[in-house]
Write a protein that binds this ligand. Structure first.
Ligand SMILES: [Zn+2]
Length: 701
């Protein structure tokens, strides 16, 4: 399915009035924004001034400040818009898809009433679809997207109950409100608030926003007395982010207060559990436990509260948990959900409560490959959390981790043609000789209707909105500062907080090629700083990165895992060239990671590679393959499904081990090792050639 939207329109026919980012949300005013859509239609919209979080050290660029032009993210942005978004919209109209607008239509009285066809969190996933389209509308002004959004918003507003409540599974099933945390009421209403805030920012239309405000007002009435019986509500707590998002576009202080209440209520009453991170108050938490989507959504929401309030205890807790995750509970792909089902083994609470968890963090260094859960939404949650911690601190390590997740465990969830999805993202896939665990599939699936192996559609619209909004992650701005976070072909055309215009053109084929060119098109007449991310993965390559200004080497340290700052008066035509050596690297894991002992993974830049069975001779079994550590690894352009990518070639060994059926142990015999050629593909691109076997970690000799 292709949807013909032109990606690089003449975006502005009328110059925008300067919008001061020094203006905070409370003082925000409405300005008139004219957007020339791709179809030549002039849309008129009202939009609030961008919000400046007072305790973040940078500000997100405005909605249409960055345009992907060419390269990796431009291709994903385009495919997402042309293929994935229309596909997801269509699937979410099916009454028996796990996420379905049909439930909202029934609740709205626009379809005959019946039992809900979607899951309990269907509403939240439908809101994510609208949020995705709003991001695209900001850059395209596309009429079809506008019609779809108008249709969805009309249904949502009509489905809402008079007091502001909206969670259709509860409304249609007849279950009492707030009777069961797994009904996901706050997840649904959290995404409602976020999507409505984004929709208002991108379109200027108020219907969705006004409905979300009624919802937030209802939630404030319900939760501001801090009723003990509701202390544990907020499973997958998008409600914290949602309340802050609504605060940021309305300036209404009680929405920020609501977000803070949501954070503080967790763990405030007996009966909490590790699974939902509400056994221990967040400010006292020492480690990452429980469900990884619930966790990362909580941490993202708490980081948003920190950005607005400067709550240092909350930030310190987030930092402790972050260190716990990245030093002992994260896969090389950025996934964090090690277990499908297990028990929370806390370090800091003894004796251990017998507390079951699922889709969750494991113990430290418990990172199994074949049975990794790594739900796509949790991997996205890691990227969102890293992004937020970065804006609070400016520390590159956070953005490096967001990048690790994006290029690996996030993109692995969508097929290269853009219409099929993974829910779990393991690092090894075997065949029928072992059981698949919950939500595992050999191949990606297109929908979650009754014929599908899955009954959860939370991940696809989370992917679409993440790819859609990445242009706002590419850069950040601050006082006389532009942060360059993501590399890829794009144009930045923005206004700094003091009102100065900055325009620069970036050209790069990152991550396949490490050459980045930044040309200044427009800059103020006083010094401003460009801060370029020097990725942390460079610490493992043998060649040093290099930076040139107008052809001359820049004499400054390029420390991996930092931002290098160049502050000067920039002139139009000034050109910065950054070379980030893309060198295949064999990566080892901490020896305490049992499942990676004696093995290596191969990375090139931020991309993790894997071995997949279609790249092996038919008579070579993937479990018999060893990597030859002494052989060079060559990088070549791929072809077929891997066109535009870099594929790696090296040598390995086949140590044939024969049939293991019914055998658990036997003598190891490396004497019959025979050399073979190996081809490694990017991990995110596996499973695009039918049912296959795959492994990221390979034994090495
Ligand atoms: Zn999901």
């Amino acid at each position: 399915m292709y949807y013909n939207i032109i990606i690089s329109p003449a975006r502005r026919s009328i110059s925008l009035p300067a919008r001061s980012r020094m203006m905070n949300a409370r003082a925000c005013c409405l300005v008139v924004v004219f957007v020339m859509g791709t179809l030549g239609r002039l849309a008129v919209a009202e939009s609030p001034a961008p919000h400046v979080p007072p305790h973040a050290i940078m500000t997100t660029v405005d909605a249409d400040d960055v345009e992907w032009t060419e390269g990796f993210w431009a291709d994903y942005y385009r495919r997402n818009l042309q293929v994935t978004v229309p596909h997801v919209w269509k699937v979410c109209q099916l009454p028996d898809n796990a996420a379905t607008f049909h439930d909202l239509r029934m609740a709205a009285g626009l379809a005959p009433k019946g039992p809900p066809g979607g899951v309990r969190w269907s509403d939240g996933d439908c809101h994510k679809v609208v949020e995705t389209m709003a991001y695209y509308y900001a850059t395209t002004g596309d009429a079809q997207l506008e019609r779809w959004m108008d249709e969805a918003v009309d249904v949502i507003a009509k489905a809402q109950q008079p007091d502001g409540y909206l969670s259709t599974w509860v409304q249609l099933s007849g279950e009492p409100r707030w009777s069961e945390i797994h009904n996901h009421e706050l997840y649904n209403m959290g995404h409602f608030m976020t999507a409505a805030a984004v929709h208002y920012r991108m379109t200027g239309k108020r219907t969705y926003l006004d409905a979300a405000r009624r919802c937030a007002d209802y939630l404030y009435e319900t939760f501001s007395p801090r009723p003990k019986e509701l202390a544990h509500f907020g499973f997958n707590p998008s409600n914290i982010m949602g309340a802050v998002d609504l605060y940021r576009v309305t300036g209404e202080p009680k929405y920020l207060k609501l977000a803070e209440i949501f954070v503080s209520m967790r763990g405030s009453a007996p009966g909490g559990e590790n699974q939902n991170q509400d056994l221990v108050p967040l400010r006292q938490e020492q480690e990452a436990v429980g469900h990884c989507v619930t966790a990362t959504y909580l941490y993202c929401g708490a980081a948003d509260v920190v950005a607005e309030t400067g709550d240092t205890k909350l930030f310190d807790a987030l930092r402790r948990i972050w260190v716990d995750v990245v030093t002992s509970k994260m896969y090389i792909t950025g996934g964090t959900a090690a277990v499908h089902h297990g028990i929370a083994y806390r370090r800091t609470l003894r004796p251990w409560p017998k507390d079951p968890v699922h889709e969750a963090f494991g113990m430290e260094y418990q990172l199994p490959n074949r049975t990794a859960y790594n739900e796509t939404c949790a991997n996205i949650g890691v990227a969102m959390w890293g992004r937020r911690m970065f804006t609070l601190t400016g520390d590159a390590e956070y953005f490096d981790t967001a990048e690790r997740a994006l290029y690996n465990s996030v993109l692995s969830a969508v097929s290269l043609e853009g219409t099929h999805f993974f829910y779990t993202n393991p690092l090894r896939r075997c065949g029928d000789e072992v059981r698949l665990l919950s939500n595992d599939t050999y191949e990606r699936w297109a929908d979650t209707t009754d014929a599908s192996p899955l009954n959860c559609f939370c991940c696809p619209p989370n992917l679409t909105r993440t790819i859609a909004k990445l242009y706002q992650w590419a850069y950040d701005i601050g006082d006389d500062t532009v942060w360059v976070n993501l590399y890829g072909g794009n144009v930045l055309d923005t206004t700094l907080p003091d009102g100065d215009a900055v325009r620069l053109t970036q050209k790069s084929n990152y991550p396949w090629d490490g050459h980045v060119s930044l040309t200044i098109d427009k800059a103020p007449s006083h010094p401003i700083a460009l801060r370029l991310r020097i990725p942390g993965w460079l610490a493992d390559v043998s060649t040093a990165p290099a930076l040139r200004l107008n052809g001359e080497p820049v004499d400054t340290a390029l420390k991996p895992g930092s931002y290098v700052e160049l502050k000067r008066i920039w002139s139009p035509g000034d050109r910065l060239e950054l070379d980030l050596p893309m060198e295949p690297v064999l990566v080892a894991a901490n020896p305490l990671v049992d499942e990676a002992r004696g093995q290596v993974a191969v990375m090139r830049g931020p991309v993790v590679y894997c071995l997949e069975s279609p790249d092996l001779p038919e008579d070579v079994f993937i479990d018999d393959v060893w990597l030859d550590a002494a052989s060079p690894i060559t990088a070549r352009p791929g072809d077929g499904p891997f066109a535009k990518m870099i594929v790696l070639h090296t040598k390995g060994w086949e140590i044939e081990s024969g049939d293991w059926t019914g055998t658990l142990y036997r003598r190891w015999n490396p004497a019959n090792a025979r050399p073979i050629d190996l081809t490694l593909i990017p991990y995110f691109a596996w499973a695009n050639r039918g049912k296959s076997r795959m492994t990221v970690w390979l034994p090495v000799r």
